[in-house]
Design a protein around this ligand. Sequence first.
Ligand code: GLC
Length: 567
Amino acid sequence: MGIIVWWKESVVYQIYPSSFKDADGDGYGDLQGVYEKLDYLEKLGVDVIWLCPIYDSPGHDNGYDIRDYYAILRKYGTMEDFDRLLAEAHRRGLKVMMDLVLNHTSDEHAWFAESRSSKTNAKRDYYIWRSGKNGQVPNNWESYFGGSVWKHDPETNEYYLHLYSEHQPDLNWNNPEMAEEMYKMVHWWLEKGVDGFRFDAVAHIAKADGLPNAHNPNNLPVVQAYELFSNLEQVHTILRKLNNMILKPYGPMTVGETSGLGPEQALAYVGTDRDELNMVFQFEHMFIDARSSGIGKWNYKPWKLTELKEIMSRWQTVLHGRGWNANYMGNHDQPRPVSRFGDDGKYRARSAQLLATWMFTLEGTPYIYQGEEIGMTNVAFPDIEQYRDIETKNYYNHYIGQGKSKHEVMEAIWRKSRDNARTPMQWDDSEHAGFTTGEPWMEVNGNYTGINVAEAESDPQSILNYYRKLITLRKQNHVLIYGAYELFLPDHPEIYAYTRTLEDEQWLIVMNFSANEPEMAWPEGWNAAEAKCMMCNVSRRYSTDEGAILLQPYEARVYRKQGVSGE
Ligand code: GLC
């Protein structure tokens, strides 16, 4: 089976460098740590490593505030370390994808130092500056991390715009010199030999002309204004230019982080006729357990499987043949999937395997976030002092300031804090989970003695070994990569089932997202005699499968229809 399009057939593994593996004992993960774990990654069967930002940064947002795009953060190593890692990854046939922030820099970037120094500085216009309105901020937009997007700078008595923290001033893409500098920088990394980019927050690089106020019926000091700085037409103009001028000759894999859109709008980025990006990370399924999107994520509401199916199925069908999906269930900004969509108690292993089955049998490129492959769970630190994430801390201070009880605020944090995903990787049951010999920058999740890689290696039925099998299965069967998706039982509250069909080959995926034991009639064209089970996360089988598929709690099955070509 030859490769048709490499980035469609690849499996991506996302590394959060601070928390992956510390080789020098300073408590922070580093590039040498990644180097030492290449064996592990190779054995897992992934093709691409995505490194979250490793550039020089003061670290207010863990590297998403870049101070120098051309330098490696000291605590991660040196440029030589990076070059060595890249060369060794390539030697093993692994590709490396960089995380690149085009929307903003650190407030310690040399450009910003110049920009803020005077209104007439040549780089003033690299960022977005406005004077106040009657002593107030220039408009009513709310930042992703809480409060206004505007920060007053006494130096010139004007405000600069920051969609994220005040240490992350937004760049002004209307400034051609700044844009040129960015293109040059992307080119420099391509010349170095990197194989792809994840473009951070790329949906927001353009803002509505004139920066108008957002609709504000209740006259609040700040309001969500996503439609005024998300997915605007100018973003597409910039991306097409970037692609045609810089990316294309190198053929890198590209994925954009684009919140606030559905699949029809996503086609503007990933449509085969668009010449922009290979794929985007969509957010619809990340907000099914929130009362609203963006900053509304903290307001929990129970999620429904029917809604999850509806969202995923829409993306599967709309993009089929017209674009390409990036499939993920967690990342460094999201809670742990097994705690969120599975069961991190009694059925932890089985539900983590079910979730993996889902990710690897959808159309699109699957992304694994570090630790998912061993079923790492959310953490519930009792004290806010144990948290590191700027978003979490801002949320805490804001709501405690407004009089909410500590318990109420901590409960929301336990559920949604980004630090759920950022506790150090659990390698073994030694002190600090084998992550570091020093003091870890953030505490290890207390459950590491039972949940760790060494333990998973020793158990043939482990989540880790299940991932390995699934990855191999997907690689060996184009139907799982390219086949058309059809959903069954859209209204069933517990069962998620679909087929994948490529030419005359058809596979059936059945998953029970519950602790109950529902049953499902064989879909039309399927029966027990002709269905060959290719993958299953439960070894004991009911004997009464003939009439219907009887599912155990969190059971997942992948069937292939017998007696067709390829047998
Ligand atoms: C993206 C990153 C997130 C970061 C933000 C600002 O959403 O994934 O971690 O805080 O952009 O750069």
